[in-house]
Design a binder for this molecule. Structure first.
Ligand code: SAH
Ligand code: SF4
Length: 359
């Protein structure tokens, strides 16, 4: 029988990592402070191998490498857009590929990461959905996209990654077994502020409730795309399992948990979900949970012939929402020249229509 895989230094939560390292060094008759040294190399030094941990004696570096894994996704391909957007395609240890996208704006550098290889949700407007599901990512593979991207950015003196959004490939709340530890590791290990991390979901109710229970103020984005259940069902098959009224009640719980911000994502598809009659019900839903609305022009995908709504319709949507007391922003498509698709969408970013959200 094959040996069980070695524990992954990148997948363990900070407490577990500390305990595992203490046990490891204790077993080797080494002082306890070695655990802290390794943790610093991982979280602050972004070390990729034990060999880089130069304040450990050479035999300890070798022993660490034999007792633990540390596989970070490897860069398979890189595309840089004229507008500064950078897309990485990462190869996982078993050959699966996932994407992440760096999106620089004036004051921030946002990293959009993947939570699954593929996605099982089958949303009709999403290229990842059409491609189907391959497998779950581990916490280390999620966190690894952040580490590798940060190393890339910092190596070029481009500042550092300030914000993280789970808007790459996959449905993060359908991989909660890895999402929860990844959030803890990013927040407590790498010290990314909870309010700088946004989890985007298509409406997995139990997952929203779990996030509401967490004490940290992670942000939540709901991919709404239609205020009406019937229309939404045609875009998002999960609507049949978790209908909008249930999703809204989970969001109310999230909202009541205090200090937690909710955003609605609304991809505008010409003639599909951009009728002006939809503005009042959309505004009602947003007001119910104090949500900010991001309007996203649909990015055409190869699988069907939908088109984005015209710019003036998108502006009218935003104006209609604002007139009803709802904050809204139009996201500009970024990285068009490099197909910075973040798995399924081109990377997008808040642009000034109204106040744009900071954080
Ligand atoms: N599965 C999660 C997160 C990944 S998708 C979710 O659906 O929320 C990230 C965002 O990209 C979602 O808001 C999704 O609706 C949007 N998106 C997917 N395909 C798109 C397309 N073709 N054009 C514009 N936005 C798209
Ligand atoms: Fe999956 Fe999100 Fe795409 Fe839907 S929109 S198929 S949930 S990645």
């Amino acid at each position: 029988m094959a040996d069980p895989p070695l524990p992954d230094l990148l997948s363990l939560e900070p407490d577990e990592l500390h305990q595992a390292l203490l046990r490891h060094f204790e077993g080797r008759g080494q002082p306890g402070y070695r655990a802290g040294q390794v943790q610093r190399w991982i979280y602050e030094g972004l070390a990729r191998t034990p060999e880089e941990m130069t304040d450990l004696p050479a035999p300890e570096r070798a022993a660490l490498g034999e007792a633990f894994r540390l596989d970070e996704p490897a860069e398979e391909r890189l595309s840089e857009s004229r507008d500064g957007t950078v897309k990485h395609l990462w190869r996982l240890s078993d050959g699966h590929l996932v994407e992440s996208v760096l999106i620089p704006t004036e004051r921030r550098l946002t990293l959009c990461i993947s939570s699954q290889a593929g996605c099982a949700m089958g949303c009709t407007f999403c290229a990842t959905g059409w491609g189907g599901f391959d497998r779950q990512l581990t916490p280390g593979e999620i966190v690894g996209q952040y580490r590798a991207s940060r190393r890339w950015v910092e190596g070029r003196d481009l500042g550092t990654v300030t914000n993280l959004v789970f808007m790459g490939m996959g449905e993060p709340l359908a991989n909660r077994g890895a999402l929860h530890p990844a959030l803890t590791i990013l927040n407590q290990g790498y010290r990314v502020g909870a309010r700088r991390i946004t989890v985007s979901t298509v409406g997995v109710v139990p997952g929203i409730l779990e996030l509401a229970e967490r004490p940290e103020q992670f942000r939540l984005a709901l991919s709404l795309h239609a205020p009406d259940p019937e229309l939404r069902r045609g875009l998002i098959p999960l609507e049949k399992r978790y209908p909008l009224p249930q999703v809204m009640s989970a969001l109310r719980r999230f909202d009541e948990a205090g200090g937690k911000r909710i955003t609605f994502e609304y991809t505008l598809i010409r003639g599909v979900n951009d009728a002006m009659e939809l503005v009042p019900p959309l505004a009602d839903l947003a007001r119910e949970v104090g949500a900010f609305v991001n309007l996203i022009p649909f990015n055409p995908i190869p699988y069907q012939d939908w088109r984005p709504s015209p710019a003036e319709r998108i502006r009218a949507f935003a104006a209609g929402l604002e007139a009803r007391g709802v904050e809204a922003a139009v996201r500009e498509t970024r990285g068009r020249d490099i197909e910075a698709a973040c798995g399924q969408l081109r990377a997008q970013v808040l642009v000034q229509m109204g106040k744009g959200r900071s954080g």
